[in-house]
Ligand binder design. Sequence first.
Ligand SMILES: *Cc1c(COP(=O)(O)O)cnc(C)c1O
Length: 394
Amino acid sequence: MKAETKLAEPQLQVPFHSADVGEAEAQAAADVIRSGWLTMGARTIEFERQFAEYVGAKHAIAVNSCTAALHLALEAIHLQQGDEVLVPTTTFTATGEVVTYFGAKPVLVDVEPDTLLMSVADAAARITPKTKAIIPVHYGGQPCDMDEILALAAKHNIHVIEDAAHSLPASYKGRPVGCISEITAFSFYATKTLSTGEGGMITTGNDDLAARMRIMRLHGIGRDAWKRYSAEGSWYYEVLDAGFKYNLTDIAAAIGLVQLGKCDDMNVRRAAVVQRYNDAFASMNELQVPTTKPDRQSAWHLYPLRFHLDRIKIDRKEVICQLKDRGIGTSVHFIPLHLHPYYQSAYGYRRGDLPAAEREYERYVSLPLFPGMTYEQIDHVIHSVKQIVKANRR
Ligand SMILES: *Cc1c(COP(=O)(O)O)cnc(C)c1O
């Protein structure tokens, strides 16, 4: 007779991310499809209007990614071949990649070990006569030291372009991210705090930069190119420059409008998850919860939990494996850019060049963090992390 196998309890699954989208987004997208006008049009214009109002910016320009937004921003400030742009090494490659589009050099900057935000002192030390711009990344959703960055930029006459892919909604000394510096770039990628699948937004208070980015977003065609197939449009248009195909679709914009309407609520729910994580982990000697500065509010895109590796017997890779065994998805934000083969071969970066970023990279794991997380899921993550730590104490 076959031995009876005991069925294991079904494992509770906690994905790393799940977008907070539902019937309202589906309905909004369906309405656009039924209207027969699929690409950039009235919904996109309305999304731009409401987004500008939400972050307190004069202009908002919708694009199909944050990468496109950053590219258009660097084009608008006339980045040239041979120029240098300061970029934190702890970021996604998009931040550095856009600089290379111009034959310019991304000059990688170390981060503050506590916040993991770009070190302004290290940025200052890397400024040369070729430095044209600085791209602070509001890592994890927390705004960078913007007063210091703006002062540094003013002193050296360089442009500030914020990579705000993580930071909607976030604020610095009471000012929303999106109206602080010359140009800000947002992402609506699938995992970001506001998602349209793919998408992005540029905000600026500068009329000339806005006009340039609007034109270059759609083939370099003069004003209101998108209207040329509508009833009020005309067949005549002028190509003013060799632009790009970076416009957003009305389907995405319709989803974005619904998401924007619940952005504050989603932020409250993310913050509640963070609070529960912090309450559980802050007292454990093996763990380090994210550092937040009192003068700013984070969008809480990420929850990077750091492990004191000298106090446990396993490394970060093993922590990730053991969480996976418990049905928990995690990620690592980020592998510093200077450790990637491309940045090493193209710009000569080596391990050891940016020590704080490297040290911290070895010991952070991003835990699941999304508005729809249930208490059961949050507590499963907490319980699992604690179990793994306790079983591997030195
Ligand atoms: C996601 C991300 C981007 C790129 O956003 P896309 O909309 O996918 O182009 C840029 N910078 C950072 C820091 C990001 O995390």
